[in-house]
Design a protein around this ligand. Sequence first.
Ligand code: Q46
Ligand code: ZN
Ligand code: ZN
Length: 306
Amino acid sequence: MRQCRQCAAPAAIHMRQHRLAFCAAHFPAWVVKQTSRTIRSHRMFGHSERVLVAVSGGKDSLALWDVLLELGYQADGLYIDLGIDAGDAYSATSRHKAAAFAAARPDTRLIIVDIAACYGETLAEVARRKRDIQRPCAICGLIKRHEMNRVTLEEGYPVLATGHNLDDEAATLLGNVLYWQSGYLRRQWPVLPADETGLARKVKPFHRFYERETAAYALIRGIDYIHAECPHAVGASSIAHKQTLNQMEHAKPGTKMQFYINFLRAKKEGLFVPFEDEQITLNTCAQCGQSTTAEARCTFCRLWEV
Ligand code: Q46
Ligand code: ZN
Ligand code: ZN
């Protein structure tokens, strides 16, 4: 039986990639401390800055919100209700989890954006109407990114934090490498600075944690989160990539971490630097005012054209 590094009690979690184990009493403090180190080492934000956390009702984002509050940050939540319901009331349930988390912490605020109420259609409805869109996932990221950026800027938050963990980042990296998506590889980083084109600063303070660690944190802290996957996730390539990486991790503990962390190191050393002549012309969307490569209206605004 493994013992806790701190108190020698039986361990509740063993992180083979770190050769580290903790009991349930000492693991949450380790997560909080590691997150604080990550925030500082990547200069993600300071204590005087208000942070907006994008919450999905899942374990990672609610755990992140909890950790930021534990660290004394002024952290609020943003929930984007896409109206997903494949007979399972997925959005309604996840929205309820996010709202319950916020209600139990009176000093925080949860901003809810209801896509159908704002734009007239749910994610599935707009995807069905647009013939060239094969599945809701094809536009889900676009809608979430647009709305996260809009609310962050409109509500005056200097930074937006997302709950992406190492499993998410490693799966994204594997997908980017498999198809040599050089543009995405150049941009993949735990901090994306705000820029003059109107993009808010985005940070991923959990990018060094395995998914099982954020799940263990949520469980030990008694955070009530939605366990179900989004019903549209069935067959998603990101899930296949996660499974592949988990098989490799099982055969050789630490593989997943090395794959991603060494990528970050290689980038720091100059791999995937932007081409000097890489000039993208950006215009301002005539409707929403966000930056776009399109001539007049951005892809997001064109989604709602009937
Ligand atoms: S939420 Fe959206 Fe995922 Fe659901 S519709 Fe697809 S992309 S699977 S992260
Ligand atoms: Zn202990
Ligand atoms: Zn627009």
